[in-house]
Design a protein around this ligand. Structure first.
Ligand SMILES: Nc1nc2c(ncn2[C@@H]2O[C@H](COP(=O)(O)OP(=O)(O)OP(=O)(O)O)[C@@H](O)[C@H]2O)c(=O)[nH]1
Ligand SMILES: [Mg+2]
Length: 381
């Protein structure tokens, strides 16, 4: 699973990336701070099965107080500007780095404090909604360029379109589905720019995406958010504050799961004041932590589930005795055989049946799994 962090310059993309991955990257108050993409692993946070079974788990990642951290690959790329496809700003070639992304999170400056080029606007009059249409336009133009590069191949029909779109994370089924939905005649793509444009728009519309309304602490954030919240999937954040909290987490002063908890009270007055403010900011639902954003997006918008496979259903362990070591992200609708495939194709080949360990019942290979299921896979070997 890979998610691309995208948007216009100077909106907080790298701050979001750093909050989630703890990787220290360049963050600064001017456009085009990021040139080369940053890649790393962030985590969604879900209820661990250890809580339900009242056992102490030994995860390959991390579990804090019954909250399990499940990894997701992230890519933070350079900011895109209007007419990037004509070479403005850093151009649009860096979108190549999100060709295989399963979803996009676009960070916008909801405060109106920076314009479409990422420069400061003194009276907070910038319109964050414009950021959405500009990103869409440039993304669509980028897809059109890819299609046009291969345009002559489409004379040979659907097979060639399948190949080209496989580079944009489409499988054959996805391409065939698109052809049907758009009522597309593939050979028209050879010389009809309108048809090319319809495909490019479809590619944009199809990819799961949401907005991150960042800089909720500034300018006209509240009114802009009110205006946009019913029109988009949108998450309010103050990432600069969260990044500060993340640094305190690294010093073991704070513990952050889906809320902020102070661990070390041996701090000076000044710092205590800051911690109190941070705790207050993140105590309600008005502003979310990056992990809450990522978790809600992956589970509720992308429709993924987390499943815990075990080899010993009594000890809830793998063959080495590690309790609940793994947590797998699977698409909703996945079955026991899909889980087996995600672990190893040999396992899938030899799979006979499975056990739903929570409910203590046998399930068939093609039984649909549920979010937070604990599953033992039973093989013939
Ligand atoms: N006030 C405020 N500033 C923020 C917030 N989040 C990030 N910033 C600041 O916004 C500036 C840009 O942040 P970056 O993370 O570098 O933004 P970016 O989108 O990666 O920028 P480019 O790489 O240049 O495209 C930095 O000065 C951050 O400290 C926030 O929630 N509130
Ligand atoms: Mg950046």
């Amino acid at each position: 699973m890979k998610i691309g962090i995208v948007g216009l310059p100077n909106k907080g993309k790298s701050t979001f990336f750093s909050c989630l991955t703890k990787i220290k990257v360049d963050i600064a108050d001017y456009p085009f701070t990021t040139i080369e993409p940053n890649t790393g692993i962030g985590y969604i946070v879900v209820d661990c099965a250890c809580k339900h079974f009242n056992v102490s788990c030994k995860p390959k990642t991390k579990c804090i107080n019954g909250k399990r951290f499940v990894p997701v690959n992230l890519v933070d790329i350079a900011g895109i500007v209007k007419d990037a496809h004509l070479g403005k700003g850093l151009g649009n070639y860096f979108l190549d780095r999100i060709r295989d992304a399963d979803a996009l999170l676009q960070v916008i400056d909801i405060s109106g404090n920076t314009d479409l080029s990422g420069n400061k606007v003194i009276d907070n009059s910038a319109d964050p909604e414009k950021e959405v249409s500009i990103f869409k336009e440039e993304f669509v133009k980028w897809v059109e360029e890819i299609l046009k590069k291969h345009q002559r191949r489409f004379r040979q029909g659907k097979e060639e379109l399948r190949k080209v779109l496989s580079g944009l994370n489409f499988n054959e089924y996805d391409t065939d589905n698109m052809i049907k939905k758009l009522n597309l005649e593939v050979n028209k793509l050879v010389d009809d720019d309108n048809e090319v444009s319809r495909v490019a728009n479809y590619v944009y519309d199809r990819i799961p995406k949401a907005l991150i309304a960042n800089k909720m602490d500034l300018g006209k954030a509240k009114e802009n958010f009110q205006r946009m919240k019913n029109l988009y999937d949108i998450y309010p954040t103050i990432l600069v504050a969260e990044l500060y909290a993340r640094r305190l987490e690294e010093e073991n002063i704070l513990e952050i799961t889906d809320s902020i908890k102070q661990l070390n009270f041996n701090v000076d007055k000044d710092l205590q004041k800051k911690i109190d403010i941070l705790t207050k900011i993140f105590s309600g639902n008005e502003v979310l932590l990056s992990t809450q954003v990522l978790t809600d997006f992956v589970i509720n918008k992308m429709n993924y589930i987390v499943v815990f496979p075990v080899e010993d259903e009594h000890k809830l362990s793998d063959s080495k005795g590690n309790i609940l070591p793994d947590a797998f992200l699977l698409k909703k609708g996945s079955t026991a055989i899909d889980l087996a495939n995600a672990i190893h194709s040999d396992l899938a080949k030899n799979l006979i049946t499975a056990v739903d360990v929570r409910r203590k019942i046998n399930i068939s290979k093609d039984h649909e799994l549920k979010h937070l299921d604990v599953i033992k896979l039973v093989t013939g070997k």
